[in-house]
Design a protein around this ligand. Sequence first.
Ligand code: FMN
Length: 348
Amino acid sequence: MNFEQIILYYFSGTGNARNAAHWFMQVAEEKQLKTRLINIDRFDQIEIPDTGKKTLIGFCSPTHGFNFPPIMLKFILKFPRLKNADVFIMNTRGGLKLSKLFLPGVSGIAQLLPALILLLKSYKIVGMQPLDLPSNWIFLHPGLKAKVVDSITQRIKKITKKFATNLLEGKRKYKALLSLPIDLAMIPIAFGYYFIGRFYLAKSLVASSNCNSCMKCINECPVEAIKLKKQLFWSYKCESCMRCLNNCPKQAIQVAHSFSIGLLLINFLILMPAIMFLFNDLGFDKSGNPLWLMIILRISKWIVFISFVFLSYRMLNYLMRFKWINKMVEFTSFSKYKFWRRYKAPHY
Ligand SMILES: Cc1cc2nc3c(=O)[nH]c(=O)nc-3n(C[C@H](O)[C@H](O)[C@H](O)COP(=O)(O)O)c2cc1C
């Protein structure tokens, strides 16, 4: 297929997917093709351009919780149907480097689910490429050192350009399918993250007393999840994309590590054993009970956990207005300290 136009939609929290989208388009521009690069932040305002027969459409997004983030999935779900139009998918993942070894991230269903949705919409998928750019998952680990970031990024830039060259020459490339067994095994975790985990993470961000209400994070949030009342708080719409945390000029946004870890410990060491004890006492949790009863018990444990987390975060939002509690949460957050670093993709 000789393409005349490339339209590439991208979402990016900290710049990796934006870089990858740019690299792809650089190849298209070198081939004198018409290009349109569209950032889908707050996508209600986006107009989908007309596509002719010789248009290649692409979607590029980070991987969040072994899946595409909700903003990109919703965008693809709303995307108009086009029979037999050629599409490709690029997912940036959290790559690491150990000595000289480049370690890949894990896609889970970040390629498979959007591919399925697009197939159901009658699109023809011509390329599926994972891109292992530096991990930005600052909740879990410190940001990578500049040298490592540079080395990982340069490597993936070449891979992205090669992928683009292949697609634009009419070849089909499905590198994403190489890790299919691992990705399929991640399905339960991907759904667990989508329906539960992401809400837990969404509320783990807090503003320390260094915040001067400059509104940068509110204005830049791709899903308008950050609100200012007495102080900043993150609603459950938050995608944990890490943009606000990494762009804050005052470095005032922190991950409430001690609080979030404390919640998990209280839940698993006190709350869950207490419920099990109660169920046992009532004679419910013993073997020999019908399956439906066991399922109800399991669901009720999850409901207790979720309610506990929701209430605790609500309480945290309220308590953050007291200066000494705010300081305590700030100083027990790893992200407060220099060694934890932050992550913002370099402009290439
Ligand atoms: C909340 C969250 C969840 C993530 N989940 C995954 C994951 O499941 N697999 C993975 O390989 N990387 C994961 N990552 C890492 C990012 O996908 C990766 O760093 C990506 O390149 C970031 O792209 P961006 O800079 O365009 O936002 C996650 C990052 C965040 C913040």
